[in-house]
Design a protein around this ligand. Structure first.
Ligand SMILES: [Zn+2]
Length: 195
């Protein structure tokens, strides 16, 4: 007998607000895809150096029940994320484009204790807690943040030479005790003025 009948699949809303609360306790699966601009991702937006028109992330989600030998089928979720944003290059302190293209798989467990105890085998399957108000948007934000480089940098040789400071410029300032690095926010302000 088929223990994993194909259940009707609900289409997820593309509204950021609706993605904050998805009822996983219903005996149905979900699928959906959409695009989230940075203003819909407040924790990700905090990391942005500037926000360009194309910045944001496409997401695709589907959930399914997976059989477990001798147990109840487990709810799992595939999450695909693809998109871009601008972080502050830690070499020249100018915005640099960062692109991500990730796919993850999650398993939903009944409670926090089970999720904490879930064996993390090569990170292939990440545990989440089952909920009637599952915060899918928050999970999308978490995965974007985890995918971003810890120390974002332009590719070698692409940094703005002006911001790096030339040798001649340094010698002119030798009388000063400490040369403060330019405040990145002032650099951004100046960039915006030039546009
Ligand atoms: Zn740079």
């Amino acid at each position: 007998m088929n223990r994993n009948p194909v259940l009707p699949s609900l289409t997820l809303s593309t509204e950021p607000k609706a993605l904050r609360s998805v009822d996983l306790l219903v005996s149905q699966t979900y699928s959906g895809h959409g695009f989230l601009a940075l203003d819909a991702l407040p924790r990700v937006a905090l990391e942005a150096a500037v926000c360009a028109a194309d910045d944001g992330f496409s997401w695709a989600v589907n959930t399914f029940f997976d059989g477990v030998v001798g147990g109840e089928p487990r709810l799992k979720m595939n999450l695909g994320l693809k998109g871009q944003m601008h972080l502050l290059c830690q070499r020249c302190m100018q915005p640099c484009l960062v692109e991500i293209d990730e796919s993850r798989q999650f398993v939903f467990l009944a409670n926090e204790a089970l999720a904490d105890a879930f064996p993390m085998e090569n990170d292939a399957l990440e545990p989440l807690v089952m909920s009637a108000q599952f915060d899918l948007l928050g999970t999308i934000e978490d995965e974007i943040l985890l995918s971003l480089p810890l120390i974002p940098k332009h590719p070698e040789g692409v940094c703005q030479p002006a911001a790096l400071g030339s040798g001649a410029d340094d010698s002119m300032h030798q009388g000063e005790t400490i040369k403060k690095p330019d405040n990145p926010f002032n650099i951004l302000k100046n960039m915006k003025k030039k546009e």
